[in-house]
Design a protein around this ligand. Sequence first.
Ligand code: ATP
Ligand code: MG
Length: 380
Amino acid sequence: MEKLILIKYGELTTKKGNRNQFINKLSENIKINGKIIKKRDRMYIIPNNFDETINKLKKVFGLQGIVVAYKVNTNTEDIKNGVLEVLKNENFKTFKVETKRANKNFEIKSMDFNNLIGGLVLKNFDCKVDVHNPDVIVHIEIREDTYIYTNEIKGSGGYPVGIQGKGILMLSGGIDSPVAGYLALKRGIDIDCLYFDSPPHTSIEAKNKVIELANILNEYSGNIKLLVVPFTKLQEAIYKNVPSEYNITILRRMMYRIATNISNKYKVLINGESIGQVASQTLTSINVINSVTNFPVIRPVACLDKLEIIEIAKKIGTYETSILPFEDCCTIFVPKHPVINPKLDKCLEYEKFNYQELIDECIDNIEVITNFNKDFKDLL
Ligand code: ATP
Ligand code: MG
């Protein structure tokens, strides 16, 4: 009896045409030590280390289910022995058997086989059948070989990262943008991150925090780059030239311009805006800010409540880092009364200073970080 990991794909693979692409991308994304066998409707993994591999697989998008299965030859005797062997390690009082017979050459029908194996289990263990809420379900998948397993671990769902190409995530140190990044990755968008850094107005800790967040997101991707934009001069120019109530509006228009300027490698811009959360995220603000670009922008958390965003942040492991107290560049110089319904003509009037040169300077001096500092927490 051979022990292996059996992977169930998302339902998406049932779409015609993209199945092979989906499977290939998925196996590319599964970076584990061991052997991967790709099949049309399942993937089999023979890992060097089971626990380590399962923990990694839980963070791979495009997987519906992960099970540790035992492979036996497809004949009644071997299956019976296999089931007894598997159940020896289980602690249960009630059970049911679920047979799936994909191999129609196997002569016994699924229902009859359930009964046959059920009888065997009753005879060998002190237990009862419970079809509604059993302690353990004995799954028997009869294919060319037969796979026996009990527990199924829920996969992360979604599409394999990268199947949709690449996007650029505006990543701040807050709660929302890492969640937006996670949700984009889950839809199959590979991401790089873009952080606007304004030293000395923002501290090195604030930057390290963003590095750490990119590092956590990278566990779901594996090839994230963090682009750090030196934003200080442009930000100072905004505060010098723009009336304070429009500071944030213009600041965000500049961020969008810079993101658009570096966008030739990317198909979409992603950010953590949530409708109505702050003055710059009213629909009027979003409209005026977004009007600097034709580039598509997606806002995965736009329609979520803050509490719903926090729930996801906790689940994916970014929350604890996000709530560390270091300021980001939007929270310093925050005006007392930011405009809630900004006017486009006013923005154009306030942008009469020479910002293009400063934007070019920002872009020319972007710092690219790929080697994330895994010991960031130790520095605090
Ligand atoms: P977050 O919790 O993600 O920081 P927020 O609620 O604080 O968001 P804002 O500060 O208005 O909202 O920012 C809205 C979005 O703009 C952020 O979610 C992020 O995508 C982007 N953003 C804001 N500040 C920065 C920054 N310094 N660098 C990169 N992106 C930023
Ligand atoms: Mg923020």
